[in-house]
Structures are given as structure tokens and as C-alpha cells.
Design a protein around this ligand. Sequence first.
Ligand SMILES: [Zn+2]
Length: 62
Amino acid sequence: MLELACRDLGMDCDHVVHGESVPEVKQKAMVHAAEVHAEILKTMSSPEQLADMDKLIEAKIR
Ligand SMILES: [Zn+2]
């Protein structure tokens, strides 16, 4: 089981996402972000920012 803490992405949030695979964790993280951190997601609209966030998520999954 893999997990990703929202806090590790720099959010002030105690949410932790679990999943069986990296793509699953990533997908759940994006769903959570869209629901709870929509304001922050809106500021990450450029492809570079999204790619950086993608890399950060992969680095923080454990
Ligand atoms: Zn969160």
C-alpha cells in the first residue's frame, strides 16, 4: 500500500491518500486537491507548474 501526505506537498492539510499503485495515488490526490484545494490548483495552470507538481507527487509517494 502506497501513501501520500497532502502536507508533504506543502499544503496545510492532514489528508493522506492511499492507493495500490502510483497512478492510483496520483489520481486520488488530484481528486482530493480538486475538492479541497481548488484555489491552489487554479494557480497551477501552466504545463511547467503541473509537471513540477507531478514530479513532487511522485517523489513524495511512499
Ligand atoms: Zn489536502
